[in-house]
Design a protein around this ligand. Structure first.
Ligand code: HEM
Length: 498
């Protein structure tokens, strides 16, 4: 039986706290970029078009990268202190490589003015640019470094789990589908980690392929590639990255929520079927990003709609049902951690629903490239993933009793949730009023009413961004004070079973 010493737990805790503090610094800085963009769209000041796209690029890439990295770091911590031995040095290598990648991207955007957006839509990073070539090169190399770091982390984690649980298929829970009793229970977090991270490997490899093609063209400008192929690769990479970030978080909700409700949450056949279905469909849902590309084979477009529905429904429905079963008539005391998990699950459900609406071809014809799109992914990232991460950081810093009694943390959380959904409501309203996304400002829109609506919505949305920052400050104080006070005295653990 696996034994994890208290010394090992202490060291892994230090690593995850390093991650946590990095997240706490980077996240509000990236929000400020969002605030500046919304103020520009609200015509409160004029940043200039170039600066807007530089900020949008850093904000988009930064948020997606920081959230995925933090979600992965939390999984790493929970796995390494409960289920499998993970190499600490590898954990630090991943951390420093990610810092290096982020530093490169920050220089390329803020100094080099690289502004191609997270999607680097080919041939954009090479043609019609307002930034120097070195900024493109540095961005490509920085993204490659990030990809390598994430790949190393995932492969190490999956390998360690496969070794511990007797092979890869066991990690997917297939032993539950046989008639025989299972020898060793599989904790849901282990299965969900696998279902999330293995598609991540495929997505990061696709990312590496397009980045290497970009690098080749950067070094040899006479080269040219098929734009549709590149768009497929980029959106497969981007869509999958965001999806697996969410699923990584769901993994720890399965592991941690039972500690507050007192009810076990175990792997069974239904959980295995639903998450294995997600494992498959997650790989094909990205086709819904290419509905407007008329040269894309029509069959892929229908596959995109079907896979979008299929990837959303099984794991979401089973998890929602599981969360309700955990909480309904349970003796849970509503401390900040179960609250954060409950609100996060709600954000996931609401954002997931509006994503499914947008992935419906008939609706997409109207909503495509309107503010509906940022509305839906901000709902499940800001109103879902970020709440799960905050819940995890409270778990790191607070004891069970402390998180129940901490009134200021709870006030901060409530203000955050209300402010987040209010801020996003302005995106939804904009989408329904046909306000385009990715417009630095709305001055060029010839329909006066649409221009005016875009400006008013952007201006009022900023009030709630300030509120989000205030709520974060309240929660930060609570987390940081306790992290500094708490001298962890971790106990050695034997591998847990669920
Ligand atoms: C309070 C927090 C946030 C604010 C104020 C904010 C604000 C904004 C704004 C104003 C835009 C431009 C929308 C447009 O006009 O098209 C944007 C885009 C974006 N945001 Fe956020 N955001 C926040 C949180 C997040 C989070 C948590 C994520 C996590 C992934 C995120 C990811 C993105 C991405 C990827 C884009 C670029 C979309 C594109 O390429 O069109 N944001 N955000």
């Amino acid at each position: 039986m696996l034994q994890i010493s208290s010394d090992e737990i202490k060291k892994q805790r230090k690593l995850v706290i390093t991650w946590g503090v990095t997240f706490l610094i980077a996240f509000p800085l990236l929000i400020v970029l969002g605030l500046l963009m919304r103020l520009n769209q609200g015509e409160v000041f004029d940043l200039g078009m170039d600066t807007f796209y530089v900020l949008m690029t850093l904000h988009g890439l930064g948020m997606a990268g920081v959230l995925y990295s933090m979600a992965f770091a939390a999984l790493w911590y929970l796995i390494s202190t409960r289920y499998a031995k993970l190499n600490l040095a590898t954990g630090y290598v991943v951390y420093f490589l990610i810092l290096l990648g982020v530093a490169g991207l920050t220089i390329a955007t803020l100094i080099g003015k690289f502004g191609a957006g997270w999607y680097l839509l080919y041939p954009l990073p090479f043609k019609g640019t307002f930034w120097p070539g070195w900024a493109t090169g540095l961005s490509i190399i920085s993204l490659l470094i990030l990809g390598v770091a994430w790949l190393v982390g995932i492969i190490h984690l999956i390998y360690a789990l496969a070794k511990e649980f007797g092979g890869f298929t066991n990690l997917l829970g297939w032993q539950y589908l046989r008639k025989k009793e299972v020898d060793r229970e599989l904790p849901p977090i282990v299965m969900i980690t696998t279902v999330s991270l293995v598609p991540g490997v495929i997505a990061f490899l696709a990312g590496a392929v397009f980045l290497i093609m970009f690098l080749m063209q950067h070094l040899e400008p006479s080269l040219a590639f098929d734009p549709l192929l590149l768009k497929n690769l980029i959106f497969f990479f981007g869509h999958t990255l965001v999806n697996i970030t969410l699923y990584c978080c769901i993994g720890w909700v399965y592991a941690l929520l039972p500690e507050y409700t007192g009810r076990p949450w175990k792997t069974d056949k239904i959980v295995v079927y639903s998450w294995n279905a997600t494992f498959f469909f997650i790989l094909f849902a990205y086709f819904h990003h290419l509905y407007m590309d008329f040269v894309q084979p029509v069959g892929f477009q229908y596959a995109g709609q079907i896979a979008s529905y299929m990837s959303a429904i099984p794991a979401t429905a089973i998890t929602m049902f599981g969360v309700i079963a955990q909480l309904y008539h349970s003796k849970v005391k509503w401390g900040v951690i179960p609250l954060a998990f409950l609100f996060g699950t709600a954000g996931w459900a609401i954002g997931g629903f509006s994503a499914v609406v947008d992935s419906t071809i008939a609706a997409n014809k109207v909503l495509h490239n309107t503010l509906w799109v940022p509305a839906h992914f901000h709902t499940y990232m800001l109103g879902g993933v970020v709440l799960f991460i905050l819940g995890f950081l409270f778990y790191l810093s607070h004891t069970k009793e402390e998180q129940e009694k901490d009134k200021s943390a709870k006030i901060g959380l409530w203000v955050f949730v209300i402010a987040v959904h209010s801020f996003i409501a302005f995106f939804y309203r904009g989408g329904l009023r046909s306000i385009p996304r990715r417009y630095a400002d709305y001055k060029g829109i010839p329909i006066e009413k649409t221009h005016e609506t875009g400006v008013v919505l952007a201006k009022y949305a900023t009030i709630f961004i300030w509120l989000i920052l205030i709520a974060l400050l309240i929660m930060y104080m609570s987390i940081i004070i306790r992290l500094m006070k708490k001298k962890a005295t971790p106990q050695p653990v034997s591998a847990k079973n669920g």
